[in-house]
Design a protein around this ligand. Structure first.
Ligand SMILES: [Zn+2]
Length: 73
């Protein structure tokens, strides 16, 4: 995982793929693995700020998941 993060950091120059700012400190799946995203595909990996970008993305995904769950019923 560490080497994947290095590769993504080099490709994206340390920029967060959500807000475009630099200094992103976490590696994150753009499409969650739980939603069919590729786990070790660099194209599905991006750097993200743990705060606030990752937290907000997780909240959005949780809300989307809740919507889908309601629609499935
Ligand atoms: Zn960010």
């Amino acid at each position: 995982m560490r080497s994947l993060k290095r590769q993504v950091a080099a490709r994206d120059h340390g920029c967060c793929y959500v807000c475009g700012g630099d200094g992103a400190d976490e590696l994150e799946h753009k499409v969650p693995v739980s939603q069919g995203g590729a786990k070790r595909d660099l194209n599905n990996l991006g750097l993200i700020h743990s705060e606030p970008c990752h937290r907000e993305k997780t909240a959005r995904e949780a809300a989307a998941g809740a919507r889908r769950a309601r629609e499935d019923r």
